[in-house]
Design a protein around this ligand. Structure first.
Ligand SMILES: [Zn+2]
Length: 274
């Protein structure tokens, strides 16, 4: 009870009570900064958001972000949500690089590369044209819709983007940074568009095993809670390439894919791009 009160107060004293993270994002977004600066801000936001979502104190997340240790240091949680199951997840993460073989569970769908098949013409050409024509931050939802391919063969929404009751803490007003799609662990995860892998590894603040793809012009997609990844940083991928297998690593309550779309370092609703 005391912990909940403290967390509530902490959340309220940082991000405001009604729309916490959105306000923070809007106020801290650097408008004229270079791309590097935006990327640092992006990481910062990810850390603090995941930190609050997973019960790690925001101050700890901020301090670690400042020291550049965010991706290599795990802060012990002060909250009740770090169950013993997390130990198993961390152990699984240790073998992330080894890419453990995952056999398809009963009922698993056969991957037929939907993103390439379902989109006629040259979807990446369309996306590149869209991104080069204007600043990615000013692209309308009408223009961007359909420009990214689905990261799974079948998209079944488990939890939408935006504010929600946290499935982990039970607290209201959590900002959910992406779309959660139902997927049995071991389901093929596909690149939403061509791009370059900029991160493939353990995200210590809730994302678990995570892959980030940079599509250029400020557009990025992230794939989280993976059981394994088959790509490395710097690798070029094509739309529809299988880049990972879904899982439940990190701050996750079950097998699913947490998919994010980032524009200039800030998360946006993936539905505006799919
Ligand atoms: Zn999620």
């Amino acid at each position: 009870m005391t912990t909940q009160t403290v967390r509530g107060r902490r959340r309220a004293s940082g991000p405001a009570s009604e729309y916490p993270v959105a306000e923070a994002v809007m106020t801290v977004r650097p408008r004229d900064a270079h791309r590097d600066a935006r990327r640092r801000k992006s990481l910062f936001n990810q850390v603090t958001d995941f930190a609050s979502a997973s019960g790690v104190g925001q101050k700890a997340g901020i301090a670690l972000a400042a020291t550049g240790l965010v991706l290599t240091v795990t802060v012990p949680s002060t909250g009740p949500m770090m169950s013993t199951a997390d130990t198993g997840k961390n152990a699984a993460a240790a073998s992330f690089a080894a890419q453990p073989e995952v056999s398809a569970a009963a009922g698993a769908k056969i991957d037929f590369n939907r993103t390439s098949v379902a989109t006629k013409g040259d979807p990446d050409g369309k996306l590149k044209q869209l991104l080069s024509a204007q600043s990615v931050g000013t692209i309308t939802r009408a223009a961007s819709a359909g420009s990214l391919g689905a990261p799974l063969e079948h998209l079944v929404t488990a939890s939408p983007f935006g504010f929600r009751v946290s499935p982990i803490t039970g607290g209201a007003g959590e900002f959910h940074r992406g779309q959660d799609y139902a997927a049995q662990c071991g389901t093929s995860v596909m690149a939403a568009a061509s791009g370059t892998v900029t991160f493939s590894g353990w995200h210590a603040y809730g994302g678990g095993n995570r892959v980030v793809i940079d599509h250029g012009n400020g557009l990025e997609t992230t794939y989280n809670h993976l059981s394994s990844s088959s790509v490395q940083v710097g690798q070029k991928v094509s739309r529809g390439d299988v880049i990972a297998l879904s899982g439940t690593t990190g701050a996750s309550t079950g097998c699913h894919l947490h998919f994010e779309v980032m524009v200039n370092g800030d998360v946006v609703d993936p539905l505006g791009w799919l």
